[in-house]
Ligand binder design. Sequence first.
Ligand code: OSB
Ligand code: MG
Length: 371
Amino acid sequence: MLIDELIIHTVSMPLVTPFTTSFGTQTVRQALILELHATTADGTAVTGWGECVAMESPLYSSEFLAAAKLVITDHLLPALRGQEVTAETVAHRLQPIVGHRMAKAAVEMAVLDAQLRGHGVSLASYFGAVTDRVPSGVSVGIQPSVQQLLDVVGGYLDQGYVRIKLKIEPGKDVDRVRAVRERFGDDVLLQVDANAAYTLVDAPLLRRLDEFNLLLIEQPLGEEDLRQHAALARQMSTPMCLDESIVSAEAAADAIALGAAAVINIKAGRVGGYLEARRIHDLARANGVAVWCGGMLETGLGRAANAALAALPGFTLPGDISGSDRFYAKDLTEPLVMKDGHIDVPTGPGLGVTPIHDALAEFSIQTTRLG
Ligand code: OSB
Ligand code: MG
């Protein structure tokens, strides 16, 4: 296809409840929504949608929304203009531009969506999905008190979520996990995510989590601390899972070889796109490493794509793919609904969902047309 126009919608979506991690509290989700207009080789006009998961500030990773937008407008789009482009060649074409994986992922997602819509193929069948619904886990932010945490977790369990992930940080870790275990029992699938809030000297503390039979501990140490994660993994019985550190298939290969990851959280945005995410899935599967699909408070667009990815056979653990209503009273698309602890994998062409015109208008705070 040839790209005719890219429209970047900056949206601001209020969260139903503040979301606190070890790196900060969010009350709104700002995101870039890409609307790509292109023409296929036979002259058909196609539209594709992408979502950039970069956050407003560079707290989770070095990328952030304003920089992602600039890189898309000034560097990524110009590199794709004027020449035939396919989803499978976007990453190669953007290779000379160093880093900016979340920005690249959004562009590739829009091209892939347009391409698949043109062919009438769903993202799930393009990936090779083997299931029509995926188990739904929920990421629980750090709560002001233990009692509030128990209330929130109880609410999600009542709704039917099949796995609970507790965000932790120093001082709100072992006691929080113990309280949840004592209240809800040993059968709850439970894991923790530290978002890089600890260092290797905290190993004795982190080892105290071992008694709670957690599915995994996610990214206790820094993004670049692969060797230290491997050292920590040797000191703990809780399986080590990496999120921030896995920025590419190469990083995944290194982490697996070093013994730094028994489990990998796959996020397409963090690794530069859904195609790289699938490669990491394949690599992990070939190495006997379990994967699950992470989340970045996506709107229905990214949420739908995540559900399609998570339908691949290596996704053996429930992902952070909750219903739209976990974050948004009103989503940008028709909502993804959690039912019986699962989310249906969309079946329509491409992502299978599109932004609702009125919702996009309501949440949009800036529109940039690159014609
Ligand atoms: O570390 O997985 C994370 C949200 C924003 C940034 C990083 C993370 C998260 C989550 C939420 O845990 C996952 C979701 O979208 O449900
Ligand atoms: Mg994480």
